[in-house]
Write a protein of this length. Structure first.
Length: 179
C-alpha cells in the first residue's frame, strides 16, 4: 500500500512537470452517476450522423466515468484501427477529466514527454460528457482527421444537452355552456 501511494504522488509530480498548465487544467467537475446504455446510444447516434453527413467513416465509443465501455458503433468501411483508438480517446477524456485535444495541443506545442504519460491518447476526438455539472462518461471518435473526429464527438456531446421535445397535451375540454 505504501508503494502504491508513492506511485500516485510520483505520477502527479510527473504530470505537473510534463504537461503544460492549459492541459493540466482538468475539469473541476466531479463524477456523477454512470451513463446508461440508452443515453450512450443517443450520443453515439448523433456522432455517427455527423460523420455520415460529412462523408467521414468513424467509430464512436462511449465510456462511463471509469473509462469502461458502455456503447460502441462504427460506420461501415471505417478502418479497423479506429475501433481501439476511439475507445482509448474516450478513456483518456473520462479518466483525465479533459478533452483529448488538450494533450494534442501540448504535444504540438513541443511537449513530447506527453507521449510517456500512461493511458493518454493525445489526439483530438475525446470529450468528457457532463450532466448537471457532473462527468457521467466520455465520448471518443476515430476514423477521420483528428479535427473531424472532434467535430463528430462534439455533435454527440451536444446531443446530451438537448432535452426531448415536450409532448403536447390535448387542450382540456371546455365546460358545457349552461342555458
Amino acid at each position: 500500500m505504501k508503494n502504491h501511494a508513492w506511485m500516485i504522488v510520483g505520477f502527479s509530480v510527473l504530470i505537473s512537470l510534463l504537461v503544460p498548465r492549459q492541459a493540466r487544467a482538468q475539469l473541476p467537475n466531479g463524477y456523477g452517476q454512470a451513463i446508461g446504455v440508452e443515453t450512450a446510444r443517443k450520443i453515439a447516434a448523433a456522432a455517427v450522423a455527423e460523420g455520415k453527413k460529412n462523408g467521414w467513416n468513424v467509430a464512436v465509443a462511449i465510456v462511463d466515468g471509469d473509462g469502461e465501455l458502455v456503447f460502441f458503433e462504427r460506420i461501415d468501411s471505417t478502418q479497423a484501427g479506429s475501433i481501439v483508438v476511439s475507445q482509448e480517446k474516450a478513456r483518456t477524456a473520462a479518466r483525465f477529466k479533459r478533452p483529448t485535444k488538450a494533450f494534442e495541443d501540448a504535444l504540438v506545442g513541443g511537449r513530447q514527454a506527453i507521449l510517456g504519460l500512461p493511458g493518454v491518447v493525445p489526439i483530438e476526438g475525446g470529450l468528457p460528457l457532463l450532466v448537471d455539472g457532473k462527468i457521467i462518461g466520455a465520448i471518443g471518435v476515430s476514423g477521420a482527421t483528428s479535427q473531424q473526429d472532434g467535430v463528430c464527438a462534439q455533435a454527440g456531446a451536444d446531443s446530451l444537452g438537448k432535452p426531448p421535445a415536450p409532448a403536447t397535451a390535448p387542450a382540456p375540454p371546455k365546460p358545457p355552456v349552461k342555458k
